[in-house]
Design a protein around this ligand. Structure first.
Ligand code: DQQ
Length: 547
């Protein structure tokens, strides 16, 4: 449907057509990044799930490969569900995934490349002894799924976790294995949090407290912390927490129980779910992939013939300035898509005003911006607004003393459509400033069948830091990263007027008591090369093209 074709993105990963959901089994192998994903070969809604597969040399340009696994065995005939890759040695990769059996029981299965010398890993073989794990006794057959990447114990055994729940407590079971075929359950669980419900797509990995590099999943010892992430089936968000992992007991204890997994920090305060990290041994970084679903109607998805995107892969680091947050940042290769840029230096935005930024067409952009408020206003304003929350506020139109101010993206000239990405600074009764980072979708589209929530959260700002944001705009997705990626918001928006050449960017300041000075650099973004596989020669020429 050409009416809706502008919604397709230009540099985010998506299949040629149909439905996609969770990222699966990401890894780097023999020079190639591999990306697998939950895919419906038969339509643009969830169902008939199999594994799609694509490869890349830079995480930006992709070649679609044949389906990696289809639903063809009794133990996965009702769905080849999510799973993870483990690199056992330079020439050995294994994949563990959840299968939905002929009786819809969730079991874990093993698969491996038919030819480990093929860097494209095109053909996958399912282990003849599958399934390798059944739901433990006392666990509902529908509540046992999404095995993680395995990591090594000091006894050189491989260890995995699998998400589940008991009553309303979200939990993760722990298993040790030497051959990925037989498993020994550990006593108890790695961790559990009452009231959080089923934990989908659990993730577990170390982060360095000392260096700005990622760590192999098996790293343990001093100078690191472990992150546990769970995707909460009930509220559809990905939550993480830092803590200490005790290898002997196979348990993890959160640093701050009051912000434990599922009740504290989120990777993203918009749409971002079922995410998964992998360690990129080529660039010594940990990379996060997340599924970005649609927020229009199912009938619109069926009309356009596809649904869902993947986030731009994000590099993850521990933020040692706050000690409380991860930093998420688009992988550096994203910058290879930058074309011409425009700079705006110290633009004054007075209270209650809007300033257009002339960047030409504004549907594919990479924006970096810094904001400063009046010193005097910051000192003199008194506004006890401790209860502020983006989602229950009146959005970008509700004026406070020190906010909201920020950027309007995917706006048309008359601003009948606009998506504000903004800060709101409040001053507590203790005199301290607290900063919030929000995205307001309420005027993002004149269409009525789309989600118009206001998203956001608190963002930590260290003394003397400027407020800063990076925004990736790509037709129907806006990915925003505040303060170097401490707080992130991804939204899907469906403007009908602010499309193609009609899309614009503005600065706005709805604070009543302060000027805002904004400095920005805005790049036009090239489209990525994301094409189907034809044959080996085609691979060679594709790579040349993408370079
Ligand atoms: N999606 C998969 C499951 C997983 C869920 C099925 C999360 O394995 O728990 O498509 O989105």
């Amino acid at each position: 449907n050409s009416m809706l074709s502008w919604q397709r993105t230009a540099y985010h990963f998506q299949p040629e057509n149909n439905w996609m959901n969770d990222p699966n089994g990401p890894l780097f192998y023999k020079g190639w990044y591999h990306f697998f994903y939950q895919f419906n070969p038969n339509g643009a809604v969830w169902g008939d799930i199999v594994w799609g597969h694509a490869v890349s040399t830079d995480l930006i340009h992709w070649i679609h490969l044949p389906l990696a696994m289809i639903a063809d065995q009794w133990y996965d005939i009702n769905g080849v569900w999510s799973g993870s890759a483990t690199i056992v040695s330079d020439d050995k990769v294994v994949m563990l995934y959840t299968g939905l059996t002929n009786e819809s029981v969730q079991v874990q299965n093993l698969a491996y490349p038919a030819d480990p010398s093929d860097p494209l890993l095109i053909k996958w073989v399912k282990y003849s002894g599958n399934p390798v794990l059944f739901p433990p006794s006392g666990i509902d057959s529908q509540d046992f799924r999404d095995p993680t990447t395995a990591w090594l114990t000091s006894e050189k055994k491989w260890r995995i976790i699998i998400g589940s729940k008991v009553n309303e407590t979200g939990i993760s079971f722990v298993y040790d294995t030497e051959d990925f075929k037989t498993y020994k359950p550990l006593k108890g669980v790695l961790h559990g949090v009452p009231g959080t419900g089923m934990w989908e797509c659990v993730d577990f990995f170390p982060v360095s407290l000392i260096e700005n590099v990622g760590l192999d999943t098996s790293e343990n010892g001093l100078g690191l912390k472990h992150v546990v992430k769970a995707s909460l089936d009930e509220d559809r968000h990905d939550y993480y927490a830092f803590g200490t992992y005790d290898e002997r007991s196979g348990k993890w204890v959160p640093d701050h129980p009051e912000i434990d997994v599922g009740i504290g920090l989120r990777y993203d305060y918009g749409i971002f779910y079922a995410s998964k990290t992998f360690y990129d041994q080529a660039k010594k970084r940990r990379v996060l992939w997340g599924w970005i679903s649609e927020s229009d109607s199912e009938s619109a998805d069926m009309k356009k013939g596809w649904a869902s995107l993947q986030s731009i892969p994000r590099t993850l680091l521990f933020d040692n300035k706050t000690g409380t947050h991860l930093l998420q940042w688009p992988v550096e290769e994203t910058e290879s898509l930058r074309l011409s840029s425009k700079e705006f230096d110290k633009v004054l935005v007075k209270p209650g005003s809007v300033v257009p930024l002339d960047v030409g067409t504004a549907t594919q952009l990479d924006i970096i911006a810094e904001f400063e408020l009046d010193e005097k206003a910051l000192e003199e304003v008194y506004e006890s607004n401790e209860e502020f929350s983006c989602s229950s506020s009146g959005g970008a139109a509700q004026r406070g003393a020190l906010g909201p101010f920020g950027i309007l993206v995917l706006a048309d000239d008359s601003r009948s459509e606009q998506t504000p990405v903004y800060f709101y600074v409040s001053k507590g009764s203790d005199g301290y400033l607290k900063t919030f980072f929000c995205t307001d979708q309420s005027r993002s589209s004149v269409a009525t069948d789309v989600n118009k929530q206001i998203y956001g959260s608190f963002v930590p700002v260290i003394q003397d830091e400027k407020l800063s944001v990076r925004i990736l705009v790509d037709h129907s997705i806006v990915e925003s990263f505040a303060q170097g990626g401490r707080t992130c918001i991804t939204s899907r928006v469906y403007p009908t007027k602010a499309i193609y050449g009609a899309a614009r960017v503005f600065l706005f300041n709805n604070a009543t008591e302060t000027n805002v000075t904004a400095s920005l650099k805005i790049w036009q973004m090239n489209s990525a090369f994301i094409h189907p596989y034809q044959n080996e020669n085609h691979i060679d020429s594709s790579i040349k093209l993408s370079n």
